[in-house]
Design a protein. Structure first.
Length: 313
């Protein structure tokens, strides 16, 4: 499911702050996206986390408390969703919630506009093999939907700030910043994945998209799987790493497609820092390669006027 609200926020952030390049844009947006702040993107991101978040912790804490009604179930679920695999059932378990109180928390957070559902496209085992006896593992397998955060800043808060309340209250900010530095790259990868889906669907804008989003089942996970009404299939993997993506990643994606039993119209790789020469030589009709700079197309042809809904100013 394409997060159109994220696209509006991305555009708003760009025209408000004009970062030097798209890599910086993604880095800063993954933290401060969704809040209507002027961000000095010439400063190191850790310095901004210190100035804008940690040193304003009390005021921001009160605003987050207001959004969540101070409810412990709501906050536990947001934290579990932020640091986990985004699957609802695993988040319930991590948060110590059951289907009753977990479902109530999920409903509230959806109604409040803090999260949105990403529905699984996995076929039930019984549907695939209606007359066969299921394996025990298949019979026990529960199809679980996922959740994505409507505002990057809320996920940032429950990924880095909420788990470090003790250090923040003791003003041991260096502990929080150290944690941020160590995990910032892996944290950013999800926002990058969501933005890459927006880019792919933007480039397919003349096609009628039937379904889009990540794909997961008991055996396979693919970052992006987009299908069109005329039967075309696009599969993508996104790598937010500091090295160039090589042919190995393409082989992994091909293996996933084989397990899933699909023959994609086009395979698409997205990379923060580019690709090996061998992979670049393979690019063509059935293989598209995009770097973070290619995301600029999402903002360059759009007006500065934007109606993105923000959390708080």
């Amino acid at each position: 499911m394409t997060n159109l609200r994220l696209l509006e926020q991305f555009r708003s952030f760009y025209f408000k702050n004009y970062p030097d390049d798209m890599e910086s844009m993604i880095d800063y947006f993954s933290v401060f996206g969704g809040v209507d702040w002027q961000i000095d993107t010439t400063k190191d991101i850790k310095e901004l986390v210190l100035e804008l978040v940690l040193e304003n912790f009390d005021a921001l804490y009160d605003k987050v408390q207001e959004l969540t009604l101070g409810n412990k179930d709501y906050k536990r679920l947001l934290r579990a969703l932020a640091v986990g695999d985004r699957r609802i059932f695993s988040a319930f378990n991590k948060a110590g919630l059951n289907n009753g109180n977990g479902g109530a928390a999920l409903n509230y957070l959806q109604e409040k506009g803090l999260i949105e559902m990403e529905y699984s496209r996995e076929a039930a085992p019984r549907k695939n093999s209606p007359n066969e006896k299921l394996k025990r593992s298949d019979a026990r397998h529960r199809i679980s939907h996922k959740v994505f955060f409507t505002y990057p800043f809320i996920r940032f808060w429950f990924y880095f700030i909420s788990p470090n309340f003790k250090y923040i209250q003791e003003e041991k900010f260096e502990k929080v910043l150290e944690d941020f530095e160590q995990r910032h790259n892996s944290y950013t990868s999800l926002v990058y994945e969501e933005l890459c889906e927006l880019l792919l669907n933007y480039n397919l804008r003349d096609a009628y998209i039937a379904s889009s989003g990540s794909y997961w089942d008991a055996n396979v996970e693919i970052d992006i799987l987009t299908t069109t009404q005329n039967g075309k299939i696009y599969v993508g993997e996104c790598k937010w790493t500091n090295h160039k993506v090589n042919k190995k990643e393409l082989h992994k994606l091909d293996d996933k497609c084989q397990k899933l039993g699909i023959s994609p119209t086009q395979r698409v790789l997205f990379s923060k820092r580019g690709f090996s020469k061998e992979l670049e030589a393979m690019a063509g009709v059935d293989l598209a390669l995009y770097t973070s700079e290619d995301l600029k197309v999402l903002v360059k042809n759009n007006s500065r006027e934007n109606n993105a809904k923000m959390l708080f100013s």
